[in-house]
Every structure is written in structure tokens, then in C-alpha cells.
Design a protein around this ligand. Structure first.
Ligand code: AMP
Ligand code: ZN
Length: 452
């Protein structure tokens, strides 16, 4: 039974005990969304995984500071706004609002800070100036580049060797860079593009810079955990490390690097560019509880790919439905034991925690009120049973395409068929009702029905 928290640290490629720099101020930064399109359920995976990590950290430590940024200046945003003939502000405001609703729907707690890139451009300009003055960056034709070979630890996170990177990036053409592997810190904006005045002319930052600048502001030069999806390891996180360590002259940046694996569909990464996305909003606006999506996202360990399908959703829905039957909102929540929470302490083993919930349910279903309280509290800890029972039932009602009158009529029709010994027809009606979300049961000579 783990009393300490363990995490797989991608910097060492090992599972390590998590030891914060300051027990009274545990600090975590997670890369947030680029706000040009409604987030999809692949994007929901880091939201839920790092929400669980936040809860686990808060379970052990008194004070946890969780920062997740919003990228609201980026070429993808500029291009999307142009193609769709909307202003950048209109687009980013709309997606930021939709994203906040998605987070709520998924039962994620709000981070302590959600800084926007556009509100921290001054800090990015400062950091770029520092990098130039320390000799790690250079200006050319209104662009500023980070000179990769000046930072000897470049590639340590992604296990890439600088020589190979240099060889691999030769094909990349740029007139402004000294070396093809260098990356951009600042670039000029034309009149139509968003831009800020800087010592290098009107322009905007390269993407990586914002996380270095905002993590410094909210968490300091060195902090505990940095997270995101695995696609961010290279180049984004590698570049963040280079910028931050060189600008701040530190030995480390974040001590633990935690990355979730991909959510896939038919074993292909879910991505806008693949055209295989399901938006979180599609579920939010449908008749499904966010708890079901959350459950599905927790059903695989975060280091494993998770293949999304309808059966997964159905299974999660059925389990929650069963669990709601023992839910009583009048029960007060109790502290859950170290034994129950143990799988989450061991590298966020969410399937292991769900297995514990199944065991607690078995004890609760015919057990004492104390057993029920423990089960309900353990569910609530990870964001399950967080909606009132009526709300849960209301999703099911909304999924039923028949009115109560129509249901009663179908039942009468079935009873007539049974009286005429036409059991085939009776079964057909029962199955039709089942398909439409209504379960019927014959009890004490009467037929009763409920939402499936
Ligand atoms: P983006 O808005 O593309 O910058 O992505 C926001 C977050 O979602 C990042 O942490 C990505 O790594 C993560 N992400 C994007 N696609 C997937 C996916 N298919 N599975 C898991 N995480 C993803
Ligand atoms: Zn980032």
C-alpha cells in the first residue's frame, strides 16, 4: 500500500517517488488548449488525467498550485479566423467559453490559474531579451531564434541527440536562421496579423515561449511537475526547458515530466488533421452525462493508448447506472483510506482505482450505511456520483423517444398479445421498448417499467 506518490518521470524514464521542492507549495504546470476549434475527446484526456493528479496531490499535500495556460495567439488561430471570416477575438472568446463548459461537463476542478498568452507578451519579450543578452539567442531580419547548440542538455527529455537533430533538420529551409535546428522565439507580424511592439519590431512570440514565461510568473524558475500529452515532448517541452534554463540560469526547470498517451479511434490518434474527432461539445449537447466520458477516460492507465468506441461508453454508462442505485445524496462524505486511494498514488493507476470502486460497491450494495458512505465518498473523490440522482435519471429520460402515454399503450398492447398467447409479438414489443430505453418487468401479475 503506497503512502507516497509515485510518478513516471519522462526526464529519467523511470517511475520515481514524488518529492516536492516545498511540501507547503506543490507546483504543477500543464499545457492547455490552443483555442481555435472546439476541443475533442483526445484533448479531454489530459484534462481528466491531470485533474486526477491534482486531486491526488491535494490529498497528500496542504497546498497545491495548478496552472494551465490558454494559447490564444498562434498561427492556427490566425489562419482559422481568416478562413472563416471571423475576428481573432470573436473566435478565441467563443472557444475559451466552450472549453470552460467542457471542463465543467467533465467534472474537472478549475486550476488555480489559467493565464492567457496574449496577457503575458511583455514577459515573453523580457525573456527573449535575456536570452539574447546571455548569448543563447540571436536576431535576424526581425526574427529572434534560440540557438540550440548553445544549450548542451538539449534533447535530454526526448532522448534525442543534438548531432542527429542537426542532421535530421537539414532539409528545413529558412533564410533567417543560422542553423536549421534553431527555433523561433519572436517573429514579425504583418498588418493583418496580431502583433505587439518589441525591440525587433511589431511581432508575436513563437509558441514555446509562452509556457516558459507564464510558468516562471506563476510557479517560479523551478517547480515540481510539468504535464501534457506525449505529442508535446518534442519539440514543445524540449524547447521550454532550453528557454527557461538558459534564461533563468538554473540547473532544472520542472523536476517531473508527466505525459499522457494518445486517445485513438480504430488505433489512429484522434486529431483534427486526421479528420477523426469527436468534440466534447457533441456529448455535452447530447443526452449523456460528463461522468460517463470521464469514466471512459479513466478506464486505461494514462501511459497506455486508449481506443475510443461505443461499447466502452455503454459499459461505463451501465456501471455508473448500477452505482447510482446505491447513491444517497443525504450521506455525508467521509475520508477515504490510504488502502483505497493506493492505486492512484502508484503512478495514477486509474483502472486499479476503478477496480477498488467495484469492490467497495459489492460491500455497499447490501451493506451498512457506513459501507455506502465509503463507496460514495470514494466515487466522489474522482468525480463520480457528482450529479443528483434525478439529474442522472433525466439523461436516461431524454434518451427515450417515447412519451409515458405511448409507453403505457405499448405495454397494454403487449399484455393483450400475451393474453392471446402471441408470445412472439409480446417479445417484439418488449425488445422495441428496450431499444427505445425502456425496461419492463412483470411483477406480481402487473407490468412495471423504468428507464433503462
Ligand atoms: P492542443 O490544443 O492541440 O495543443 O492540445 C491540447 C492537449 O491535448 C495537449 O496536451 C495535447 O498533447 C493533448 N492531445 C491532443 N490530441 C490528443 C489525443 N489524441 N490523445 C491524447 N491527448 C491529446
Ligand atoms: Zn506548453
Amino acid at each position: 500500500m503506497a503512502k507516497e506518490i509515485y510518478l513516471t518521470n519522462n526526464l529519467s524514464n523511470k517511475r520515481e517517488q514524488f518529492v516536492p521542492m516545498d511540501e507547503n507549495n506543490v507546483r504543477m504546470y500543464v499545457c492547455g488548449p490552443t483555442v481555435y476549434n472546439d476541443p475533442h475527446i483526445g484533448n479531454a484526456r489530459p484534462l481528466v488525467i491531470f485533474d486526477i493528479l491534482y486531486k491526488v496531490l491535494k490529498n497528500k499535500f496542504k497546498s497545491v498550485n495548478y496552472v494551465r495556460n490558454i494559447t490564444d495567439v498562434d498561427d492556427k488561430i490566425i489562419n482559422f479566423a481568416k478562413e472563416n471570416n471571423v475576428s481573432i477575438k470573436e473566435l478565441t472568446d467563443k472557444i475559451i467559453k466552450s472549453f470552460a463548459e467542457d471542463c465543467k461537463f467533465l467534472k474537472c476542478e478549475e486550476p488555480n490559474y489559467q493565464p492567457k498568452a496574449t496577457q503575458h507578451i511583455d514577459l515573453m519579450i523580457e525573456m527573449t531579451k535575456t536570452l539574447i543578452s546571455k548569448g543563447f539567442a540571436y536576431e535576424n531580419e526581425k526574427h529572434v531564434y534560440f540557438e540550440v547548440k548553445k544549450f548542451e542538455d538539449y534533447g535530454k527529455l526526448s532522448n534525442k541527440k543534438l548531432d542527429e537533430l542537426i542532421a535530421g533538420s537539414r532539409i528545413e529551409v529558412s533564410n533567417n536562421k543560422k542553423n536549421s535546428e534553431d527555433f523561433v522565439l519572436w517573429k514579425p507580424s504583418n498588418e493583418e496579423e496580431p502583433g505587439w511592439d518589441s525591440p525587433w519590431g511589431r511581432g508575436r512570440p513563437g509558441w514555446h515561449l509562452e509556457c516558459s514565461a507564464m510558468s516562471k510568473k506563476f510557479l517560479g524558475d523551478e517547480f515540481d511537475i510539468h504535464g501534457g500529452g506525449i505529442d508535446l515532448i518534442f519539440p514543445h517541452h524540449e524547447n521550454e526547458i532550453a528557454q527557461s534554463r538558459c534564461a533563468n540560469s538554473t540547473k532544472t526547470f520542472a523536476n517531473y515530466w508527466v505525459h499522457n498517451a494518445f486517445l485513438t479511434m480504430s488505433n489512429e490518434k484522434m486529431a483534427k488533421s486526421q479528420g477523426n474527432i469527436i468534440k466534447i461539445k457533441d456529448f455535452r449537447e447530447g443526452n449523456i452525462s460528463g461522468q460517463v466520458i470521464r469514466f471512459a477516460l479513466m478506464s486505461a492507465h494514462y501511459k497506455q493508448p486508449l481506443d475510443w468506441n461505443d461499447k466502452l461508453l455503454k459499459d461505463c454508462q451501465n456501471t455508473l447506472d448500477k452505482w447510482y442505485k446505491v447513491y444517497d445524496q443525504n450521506f455525508e462524505t467521509v475520508n477515504i483510506t490510504a488502502e483505497i486511494i493506493s492505486p492512484l498514488y502508484e503512478d495514477l493507476n486509474t483502472p486499479g482505482y476503478i477496480a477498488n470502486l467495484h469492490k467497495l460497491y459489492d460491500k455497499a450494495v447490501n451493506g451498512s450505511d457506513d459501507n455506502k458512505k465509503i463507496f460514495i465518498s470514494a466515487c466522489k473523490f474522482v468525480g463520480f456520483l457528482t450529479e443528483a440522482k434525478e439529474e442522472w435519471v433525466s439523461y436516461k429520460k431524454k434518451n427515450v423517444s417515447l412519451s409515458e402515454k405511448e409507453i403505457e399503450e405499448k405495454i397494454d398492447e403487449r399484455n393483450k398479445a400475451r393474453a392471446e398467447k402471441n408470445y412472439q409479438k409480446a417479445d417484439e414489443i418488449r425488445n422495441e421498448l428496450l431499444d427505445k430505453g425502456v425496461l419492463i418487468e412483470d411483477k406480481d401479475g402487473k407490468t412495471v417499467w423504468k428507464f433503462k
